[in-house]
Design a protein around this ligand. Structure first.
Ligand code: NAD
Length: 361
């Protein structure tokens, strides 16, 4: 880092073909970001252990000479170092994601999200690479202030409730990234994403919208956890990827935290009805208590609404796709996937790997 300012690193990479390392690039958001950067003519390197990512997500990118996949884990420092050295900047998306997975795999969650991020940031600092760190609205915890703004306090439950370990692990990532920025002038950007959805998000792990859509399309009961009165705000992945790209290209974003999301709010029960209606489904809708869906004593947030003034002011970001269209797009994409169920072409350099059972939301 000696002698080079954060802004110089970013400015030097503008307007030229950039080499971006995307950790978790075979995942839902990562695969869309790969596509967008390749479309712009950039070179993209992906490291992904395929734990929740899928080869199908990136199969269409394989023949692009600017696309490079390494199947490996960010916990393997040597493997990660090889990738970091090749790139100009890093988008760090790899994580154990979602509440249910976190409850099922608490050690893996904390190790991947804390030690993995530590590896990424250490190497970013060693080689002086811009690093955008993916964080989450979970970081706000169960604060009742709404909408959430970046400098608001965070409120967590007891450490005996393992669901908070996801929020805490991501908060540690934020602290560490900001510490590297303050102590070593490392150019970091923190993207606190709210619920993101769209094509390629799988219902396999229970993410709420694809799960509802799959249930509706199959004619199964649509299962709503809790009272259904809890609300969420959903952003389409194309809007989120645009926001990430705008931040990556804005020198003034360095050293800062940004909410990314769509403030349009819906209760989860209303979402279930919207899915049923738009999919023209005969499915029943049934409420499942949290302690059956997760485990006794499970805590959830009632609302989670982003204040996106900060990112709007800096880079002019506003979401373009609203909930009705988000639901329609998800129905269309899940309908195609369920109908086609195209067998994946797997070759030696892209090994297939069983995905873990389980669900997350
Ligand atoms: P995803 O599960 O599709 O993507 C995560 C990717 O990381 C997967 O491809 C997975 O295989 C990979 N991965 C996990 N552990 C790894 C490891 N040790 N080494 C290498 N790769 C590993 O989920 P996503 O929704 O695309 O999430 C991407 C990022 O965005 C995550 O950091 C998540 O916390 C954040 N985020 C997502 C949402 C959302 O609603 N989807 C909201 C807020 C934040």
């Amino acid at each position: 880092m000696a002698g080079v300012t954060a802004r110089e690193i970013l400015a030097s990479s503008l307007n030229m073909k950039r080499k971006t390392l995307i950790t978790g690039g075979a995942g839902f958001i990562g695969s869309h970001l790969c596509e967008a950067l390749l479309h712009r003519g950039d070179e993209v390197f992906v490291i992904d252990d395929l734990s929740t990512g899928r080869l199908e997500n990136i199969a269409h990118l394989r023949d692009d000479p600017n696309f490079h996949l390494s199947v490996g884990t960010i916990l393997d420092l040597a493997c990660l170092e090889t990738m970091v050295r090749k790139c100009d900047r890093i988008v760090h998306l790899a994580a154990v994601v979602g509440v249910k997975k976190i409850i099922q795999a608490p050690v893996e969650t904390i190790e991947t999200n804390v030690l993995g991020s530590h590896n990424v940031l250490t190497l970013a600092a060693r080689y002086g690479k811009l690093c955008l760190v993916a964080s989450t609205s979970e970081v706000y915890g169960k604060s009742s202030k709404h909408p959430f703004a970046e400098d608001d306090d965070v409120v967590y439950g007891a450490t005996t409730k393992s669901r908070w370990s996801y929020a805490c692990s991501k908060a540690i990532d934020e602290f560490l990234a900001l510490a590297y920025h303050n102590a070593e002038n490392l150019p970091v950007i923190i993207a606190r994403m709210f619920n993101t959805t769209g094509p390629r998000q799988t219902g396999r792990y229970g993410m709420v919208l694809p799960r509802f859509v799959d249930q509706a399309l199959r004619g199964d009961t649509i299962t709503v956890y809790g009272t259904g009165q809890q609300s969420r705000c959903f952003a389409d992945v194309s809007d989120v990827v645009r926001a990430l790209r705008l931040l990556l290209e804005q020198p003034a974003a360095i050293g800062q935290v940004f909410n990314i999301g769509n403030p349009e709010e819906t209760s989860i029960l209303d979402l279930a009805w919207a899915v049923k209606r738009h999919a023209q489904s005969d499915s029943q809708i049934r409420l499942i208590p949290y302690d059956q869906a997760y485990k006794p004593g499970f805590e959830d947030m009632q609302r989670r609404v982003p204040n996106i003034d900060k990112i709007s002011r800096l880079v002019g970001f506003r979401p373009k796709i609203q909930l009705k269209e988000i639901v329609d797009r998800m129905i269309e994409s899940r309908r195609q996937e369920l109908q086609e169920a195209i067998p994946l072409r797997v070759t030696a350099d892209l090994p297939s790997r069983a995905l873990p059972a389980g669900a997350l939301e």
